[in-house]
Ligand binder design. Structure first.
Ligand code: NAP
Length: 314
């Protein structure tokens, strides 16, 4: 008889029940129990738990916990909430999520590449004016972040004939992609970018990374897509380059505050497309299957999946 698996979801999270059902479907031989239903005797026995934005005080109810499996790919909130801890945080690495994000990157790159915001604006003014066509192989799309999501996006963009650059902390080598690494090489990549796509995690280093100085490195007329996290870009600096037209358009899926408050300037800015954090939703079924496989491996061998590096923050 294996020990029950605590399921610790934030009390405000609306889809905890759906997640519990999906996880139970993928682990029919496990007993997955919401924290508030876990017996007093089981709590001190638990070595790992499945978590969804848990409250730190809920995690503290499980004193012998060694690792937690989040169902999200981005875990900056969990890292911040738990603070300094020995607990290993395992995030979701799901090829399905990478595929969904790659599709979103291609879709919104095409939106900018084929000047859709411009033509939509012209239609509202009953204006008939065809711009010059630019071939995809004359555009450079640069990815900030070349991890699981960035690499999948790069492959899609290459297939669609774009020139692709990628930036990461450590240098990558990816056929067909011009790779840049570290802060020193970022300005050079930005300078040759037509469409910049952010797929970075939010960490102490990436917070505010895209400030006025960095945005000024982009050539006039470049566009920006943020699918990473809102605080990576300085809102005021972004607003300034959009207001004066140096940045042609920004597609924003992530914000400092979500949902984006109704009085936020981004909603009505003519050069912004607002998306409600929908670029790559987690697929409950594939994500649950991955959590299940990781737990199965742990039960069989004692091995835990790779965790978030507490120093790097991702
Ligand atoms: N909008 C959405 O719907 C949505 C959905 C899922 C995820 N996300 C976001 O996407 C992020 C990335 O996910 P992932 O699975 O691709 O993460 P990942 O595999 O950990 O990759 C992160 C990438 O960012 C790079 N990086 C991190 N800090 C850096 C720094 N200071 N300077 C330069 N590069 C840096 C890493 O460099 P190294 O390769 O050198 O380590 C790596 O290439 C998540 O953290 C989450 O915030 C958004």
């Amino acid at each position: 008889m294996t020990s029950p698996i605590p399921f610790v979801a934030n009390p405000h999270y609306r889809f905890a029940g759906e997640w519990l059902a999906a996880l139970r479907r993928e682990m029919p031989n496990e007993c997955i129990v919401p924290l508030n239903e876990l017996g007093a005797a089981a709590k001190p026995e638990s070595r790992f738990a499945i978590v969804i934005n848990p409250l730190p005080e809920d995690i503290r109810q499980l004193p012998r916990l060694e690792w937690v499996h989040s169902v999200w790919a981005g875990v900056e909130r969990l890292v911040a909430d738990l603070g300094k801890t020995d607990l290993k945080i395992v995030r979701l690495v799901d090829p399905q999520l990478a595929d969904t994000m790659a599709e979103a990157v291609l879709a919104w790159t095409m939106y900018l590449h084929r000047d859709m915001p411009e033509y939509a604006a012209q239609q509202r003014q009953r204006r008939w004016l065809a711009g010059d066509y630019v071939r995809a192989d004359n555009r450079t799309v640069s990815l900030l972040g070349m991890g699981t999501l960035g690499e999948a996006a790069a492959q899609r963009l290459l297939k669609a004939n774009f020139n692709v650059c990628g930036w990461s902390r450590t240098r990558k080598s990816l056929p067909g992609v011009e790779c840049f690494a570290g802060e020193n090489e970022l300005p050079a990549m930005l300078a040759k970018t037509d469409i910049l796509v952010c797929l970075l995690p939010l960490t102490a280093e990436t917070k505010g990374l895209l400030n006025a100085e960095k945005l000024a490195c982009l050539p006039p007329g470049a566009s920006f897509i943020n699918f990473g996290r809102g605080p990576i870009v300085c809102d005021e600096a972004l607003r300034a380059v959009l207001d004066d037209g140096r940045l042609k358009h920004a597609v924003l899926d992530v914000f400092n505050v979500e949902p984006l408050p109704a009085d936020s300037w981004q909603w009505a800015h003519p050069r912004i497309t607002v998306l409600p954090h929908c670029s790559a939703p987690t697929d409950r079924k594939t994500a649950s299957a991955i959590v299940a496989a990781n737990i199965r491996a742990y039960r069989e061998t004692g091995a835990t999946p790779a965790g978030v590096d507490p120093v790097r923050g991702y």
